[in-house]
Design a protein around this ligand. Structure first.
Ligand SMILES: C[S@@+](CC[C@H](N)C(=O)[O-])C[C@H]1O[C@@H](n2cnc3c(N)ncnc32)[C@H](O)[C@@H]1O
Length: 209
């Protein structure tokens, strides 16, 4: 009923077990019905989220956008292998174009190209289209700069999920600076209660680290 290292080991993913476990756990906690992902690669994160939906018996759907056709094909094969084709649709195209077409998403997972200009274009494409946004690699310079700007604008609160699972890079090399990690972005507009049921009532603040 849950994922374990064995499950992750067989995925064609780029992230660590801990990162996929966190993604899986967040989906189980948030129980989103409509998920949009930017950046499919070979389908690992979509499969992890799909497994969370399946394990929780949630009648949801995941749309995941990928620009490279060969990756679209690999991801579709991987998704099929995991028996998740009915709940995961791989969309071929450029994220900044395709993502705009999806509205009223419960969760938008942003994990595309991490250069600042693309991360910014991805955010602009999905802004207002989701209840909760989750950035992967939130500590990488591009996404981090976008997140800082989001925070400064004040429309959204940004919670950086710290890296309890180590300043360790995927190949086991300690980070010089933080990289990877996740950040949750939620509107400050409606109320002060976060999707996690936590009361957050602070003005936006950014602390350089
Ligand atoms: C970091 S990888 C995604 C990893 C995946 N989410 C996972 O955890 O398994 C980023 C992906 O975004 C794709 N990508 C880059 N720029 C894109 C764009 N403008 N539109 C759609 N996909 C893009 C890349 O081809 C790559 O597969």
């Amino acid at each position: 009923m849950v994922i374990d290292e064995e499950f992750i080991k067989h995925l064609k993913g780029k992230s660590t077990f801990e990162e996929y476990l966190l993604l899986y756990t967040l989906v189980r906690l948030l129980k989103p019905k409509k998920i949009l992902e930017i950046g499919t690669w070979k389908g690992a994160s979509a499969i992890v989220m799909g497994k969370a939906l399946r394990d929780m018996d949630i009648d949801g759907h995941i749309y995941t956008i990928e620009v490279h056709p060969e990756l679209v094909k690999i991801a579709q094969d991987e998704i099929k292998k995991h028996g998740l084709s009915e709940i995961i649709t791989v969309v071929h195209g450029r994220s900044e174009v395709e993502a705009k077409k999806f509205e009223d998403m419960d969760l938008i997972f942003i994990d595309g190209e991490h250069e600042y200009s693309q991360a910014k274009a991805d955010w602009e494409a999905v802004k207002g289209h989701g209840k909760i946004y989750l950035f992967h690699d939130a500590f990488n310079p591009g996404p981090k700069r976008v997140l800082k700007e989001i925070l400064m604008e004040g429309e959204y609160r940004v919670v950086f999920l710290d890296y309890p699972f180590g300043e360790i890079y995927h190949d086991g090399i300690a980070y010089q600076k933080y990289k990877g990690g996740f950040a949750i972005v939620e509107s400050t507009n409606t109320d002060t209660k976060s999707a996690f049921g936590i009361i957050i009532n602070r003005p936006p603040k950014y602390v350089e680290r």
